[in-house]
Design a protein around this ligand. Sequence first.
Ligand SMILES: *Cc1c(COP(=O)(O)O)cnc(C)c1O
Length: 429
Amino acid sequence: MSATPSWPDTEWLDRGWPHVWLPYTQMQGADLPLPAVATQGTRISLADGRQLIDGIASWWTACHGYNHPHIVAAIHHQLDRMAHVMFGGLGHQPAFDLARRLAAMLPGDLNRVFFADSGSVAVEIAIKMALQYWINMGQPERRRILCFNGGYHGDTTGAMSVTDPKEGMHALFSGLLPEHYFADIPADDAGFAEFEDFLDQKQGDIAAVLIEPLVQGAGGMRFHGPEILGRIHGAAKKHGLLFITDEIFTGFGRTGAMFACDSAGITPDIMCLGKALTGGALSLAAAVATDAVYDAFLSDRTRNALMHGPTFMANPLACAAANASLDLFEGENRVAEAGAIEARLAETLAPCRELTSVADVRALGAIGVVELEKISDLAWFRRRFIERGVWLRPFGNIVYLTPALTIGDSDLATLTDSINMVVAEWSEL
Ligand SMILES: *Cc1c(COP(=O)(O)O)cnc(C)c1O
C-alpha cells in the first residue's frame, strides 16, 4: 500500500469522463465536474486541496453537516452486521425502529410507513396508493391527481406527470405521461373561489390533491403561507379528496418546523419523505399513510394489497443512518437552529433588494432566496461562486441557500457575503 499523496491525482476523472453521463447536463461541450475527494461539516474538499463551503447541503440532504460522527458510527455499526437484506419476508430492527419513530413524530395518525429507495419512487408509491385507495373503495373512476403549477416531485415518469407541466417536459413527452390536473396555488379569496369551482366540477375524477407544503423547491423556491396550505387542505377534505404532501424537501426542519404540515396544523392522508431522512448519508425515502388509507388495503383479496416493493427498500444501512439522524433531531436543537438561520438570512440577504437585477429576496427556515429578474448565464454565476470558495448552484432565475442546519455563523456569513457580492457584480455587467 502506498501512502495517500497530499495532492491526490485525478487521473480517474479523465479516464472515467468518456463513460459518465451527468444529471441535467447537455453533455456536448460540458465541463468536467469538480473532483470532490472528501467532505466534513459544511466543507467539500477538492482534489487540488481547495475547500468549498457548501451552501446547499448536497441537494438539501446533509442537514447535520457532512460526516456527522453519530451517523457515521451508526452506519459502521450496521455495516459490520448486515449491509443489506431483502425486505420481502424478512424484517430488521433498523427499519422497524425507524417506522415506529417516524409514526410517533409525524402529525396525526400517519402510522404506516412504506419505504422506498429514492424520493421519486416515494412519489410514485404515493400516487399508486391514492389511486388504488379509490379502486379498493369502489370508485375506480377517480384517477387524476390535482397538482400545482410550479411544483416538482421527481424525475421518474409518474413523478414528471405531477410536476409543473413545463418543468416536467409534458409537451416533449406528450401522450406518454398520464394526464393530471394543474392549478395555481390560490393566493387570495378570488383564487380560492376559482380553486373550489374547479374541485366542484372535477371532483368525481380526482383521487388526490398533491402539494409541496409551504415551499415549492426545485420549481423555483416559491413560498406560500401556512394559512394558504390549511385552506387548500380544507378544500380538498370538503370535497372528499385525499391530500398528499411531498415533504421530501421541506421535511426535517428545513422550513423552521419539523415538518411543513406542522406549521399549518394539518395531517395529510399520505406524506412523502426523502432527502434529509438519513441526514444526507444514504438514499432512503418513504410514503407514509394514515390509518384510514392503510385500512382501505385490508381485504380477503390479494388484488386489494399494495403491489410495490423496490429491491433495496428499507436498506438497513440507510435505516441505521436515518435512526441516527432522528437521534440528533431529538437530542439537539435543529429546528430552533433553522429558525435562527432564517433571521440571519433575512437580515444578511436584504441588501440585495436594492440591486436593479433583483426581483425578490425571501427567507423561510434554512432557505434563503434571491430571485433575479433574469439569469442569462448560469455558468457565470456558478464559476464566480467557486472562485469565491463557496458551493452554490443557482437555477432558473434564483440564487438560493439551503445550508446544513448546523452551519456556523462565519460560514453562513461567507455564503451570504458571496451572494451579495456576486449578485452586485452581475447587476453592473
Ligand atoms: C428531490 C425531490 C424529489 C425527488 O427525490 P429523488 O430522491 O431525487 O428522486 C421529489 N419531491 C421533492 C419535493 C423533491 O425536492
